[in-house]
Design a protein around this ligand. Structure first.
Ligand SMILES: [Zn+2]
Length: 226
């Protein structure tokens, strides 16, 4: 099965979580099943997939990249069996700090357009690309509208251009930009969504990392700001 785009995964996640809000009693049913609180299920953005491609009804848990974006959806069937929604990626499970899930610092700043005097350092062209205002000579990131190769990702869904992070040491988000909830305790590394919920109920912030052959988003990377 073809890989789903991040946008498709995220839209599917919206549908599944919307289903839960239509039938709030479902939160209590799953809370009983897992022995966790309803609040913890809200925190991890649980959803429900009424009839999947095999005719199963499943709870869904979003798996995320290290910026809080949903890249995968794990399904938990009513008998407890777990699968991924086909075409979606494995990621990390955590309660997203929605208030802080804003743009990274380089996206909040003012961007200046390249010019003949100050051409793009990625494509050498003088039209369309952008650099951080006042930091042409020493940017930590630039946006090139011509070259996607080697970029970290598109700047955003609705703006053209690819974000090229030049200096990763200066790019990391600070605590205020972490997608994790703030916590006075060390962040716990656990396995699945139900562990993340249990930790939440105990007052801990936890990141669930499923085990498998290779994971694009390692916990180390997700916690680089911690
Ligand atoms: Zn460029």
């Amino acid at each position: 099965m073809a890989k789903m785009s991040k946008k498709d995964v995220s839209e599917l996640h919206e549908v599944f979580t919307h289903n839960m809000t239509m039938f709030p009693a479902l939160f209590g049913k799953l809370a009983d099943q897992l022995g966790v609180s309803v609040a913890s299920l809200h925190a991890v953005d649980v959803g429900i997939y009424p009839v999947d491609e095999l005719g199963n009804c499943a709870w869904t848990f979003p798996e995320r990249d290290d910026e809080g974006n949903v890249i995968g959806l794990s399904k938990r069937l009513m008998d407890g069996a777990k699968y991924m929604v086909k075409g979606s990626e494995r990621g990390l499970t955590y309660a997203v700090n929605h208030e802080q899930q804003q743009s990274a610092p380089y996206e909040k700043r003012e961007w200046a357009r390249v010019s003949v005097d100050k051409p793009c350092r990625i494509c050498s062209k003088s039209d369309g690309c952008m650099y951080p205002e006042g930091e042409y000579d020493n940017p930590n990131a630039v946006v090139c509208v011509h070259v996607s190769e080697g970029s970290d990702r598109p700047l955003s869904d609705n703006a053209p251009g690819y974000l090229h992070i030049i200096d990763k040491q200066r790019a990391p988000r600070t605590g205020t930009n972490s997608p994790l909830l703030p916590s006075p305790h060390p962040v716990l590394i656990v396995e699945g969504a139900s562990d993340v919920c249990t930790a939440f109920d105990l007052g801990f912030v936890a990141v669930g990392q499923a085990y498998g052959p290779r994971w694009r988003y390692s916990v180390d990377r997700a916690l680089w700001w911690a």
